[in-house]
Ligand binder design. Structure first.
Ligand code: SF4
Length: 401
């Protein structure tokens, strides 16, 4: 279970979303597209009694196709795109608008909502880059629809995500492109597990299938997004190339890894050394921001994930490791994160800017990072929401499943 602060929409009915997705899947007029977050590929196997950290992307695609999805996309591709945009923002702020430092990551909606309520003074610091699932949704209704000659009003984008906070993010009024909602439905890993059971698929023994073009190839950097520190590590790999025009000799940034709640470090980008922070759990983000405000600790770039361990520990993930615990157990988080880092290590493309699909998307649609088209479809805004009375009442802050 997750704290209500991490999952502001835990009250949304899971059943309702499953029913709605079944409904669109049975509508022959719709082109129903699934996208799967990086972490799902190493967690959903647990629901079907596979060892923790099993890498099951092929079976995941296979299951979604058998359920009835017309296309299955990897959100990892747009995680690479998020890195291109956010890495460019980092450089823009470091060299041209230092008053907007520290740059704070914004791909976790649980954290964004926390900042909107409790740290509105830091909203100008949030990266305006949309999160990967919103980018995938925006591109399917625009670039993809045009490229494959599909009426965007017929496309339904269903995101398989690690948490219910993504449901809230998908419902935000800003998250539309040319009048179409980027992501129509969000299902958690557990909800998809339930649907796979409903049709009686033998998940463990499904054949492997590949993701569909053009959201099929991704870098190791796109995959590690699912673990705490992964976004920052991915961004550092690309920022290094953008600033120095050279690749980081070893693309591993070990300081970003591991399960400690709040980490600080330094990264050299050529002649420039920047300071970084990584927080998971909103309590740790609070600690880091308070220390920044008091001057006790300075940093140029911080990644925040609301869930312990990042998305591999998300509230919508299988809880087999955590039935007796308040949160998904550390052991499970370790295994899932290690699985992502191992896959990254084995990939020939480990940096977002080396992904051929990313080159294609910029060539055919966006132009370059932070272009006008990028800003129109792939960037967003935030809202100071004031202290929420429900959240302010300590009696109401409790653990929920
Ligand atoms: Fe959702 Fe990941 Fe944020 Fe948790 S860390 S709230 S799973 S986006």
């Amino acid at each position: 279970g997750q704290c209500i602060l991490a999952c502001p929409t835990a009250s949304l009915s899971e059943k309702e979303d499953i029913d709605n997705v079944w409904k669109v899947l049975s509508d022959p007029d719709k082109v129903v597209v699934a996208q799967t977050a990086p972490s799902i590929q190493v967690t959903i196997g647990e629901i079907f009694d596979m060892p923790k950290g099993s890498f099951v992307s092929g079976k995941l695609v296979s299951a979604l196709k058998r359920i009835g999805f017309d296309k299955v996309f990897a959100t990892d591709v747009t995680a690479d795109l998020t890195i291109m945009e956010e890495g460019s923002e980092l450089i823009e702020r470091l060299f041209h608008t230092p008053e907007k430092l520290p740059l704070l990551s914004s791909c976790c909606p649980g954290w964004v909502k926390f900042a909107e309520h409790f740290y509105p003074e830091f909203l100008p610091n949030l990266s305006t880059t949309k999160s990967p699932h919103e980018m995938c949704g925006a591109l399917t209704k625009t670039w993809y629809a045009k490229k494959y000659n599909i009426d965007p009003s017929k496309i339904i984008n269903v995101a398989i995500m690690p948490c219910t906070a993504k449901k809230y993010e998908a419902a935000r009024p800003e998250m539309t492109s040319d009048g179409y909602r980027n992501v129509d439905y969000v299902l958690t890993t557990r909800e998809l597990g339930r649907m796979i059971r409903q049709v009686g698929l033998d998940f463990k023994n499904l054949p492997d299938e590949n993701y569909d073009e053009p959201f099929d190839q991704f870098s190791g950097a796109g995959m590690i997004f699912g673990a705490t520190g992964g976004v920052l590590e991915a961004a550092v790999r690309t920022a290094h190339k953008l600033v120095t025009d050279e690749e980081m000799a070893v693309p591993d940034y070990e300081q970003a890894r591991g399960q400690s709640g709040l980490k600080y470090g330094e990264v050299s980008l050529g002649d420039k050394t920047i300071t970084i922070a990584i927080a998971h759990g909103t309590g740790n983000a609070k600690k880091a921001l308070d220390m920044f405000k008091s001057g006790e600790k300075k940093f140029d770039y911080m990644e925040v994930m609301a869930c312990p361990g990042g998305c591999v520990g998300g509230g919508g993930q299988p809880i087999l490791g955590g039935r007796d615990h308040k949160h998904i157990s550390l052991d499970y988080r370790h295994n899932r994160a290690d699985a992502l880092y191992n896959i990254d290590k084995g990939k020939s493309i480990r940096r977002s800017h080396e992904n051929p699909r990313i080159h294609q998307i910029y060539e055919e649609f966006l132009g370059k990072p932070l272009s006008d088209v990028s800003h129109k479809y792939l960037h967003t805004t935030f809202l100071a929401r004031g202290k929420h009375p429900y959240l302010n009442n300590k009696d109401n802050i409790k653990e929920v499943d």
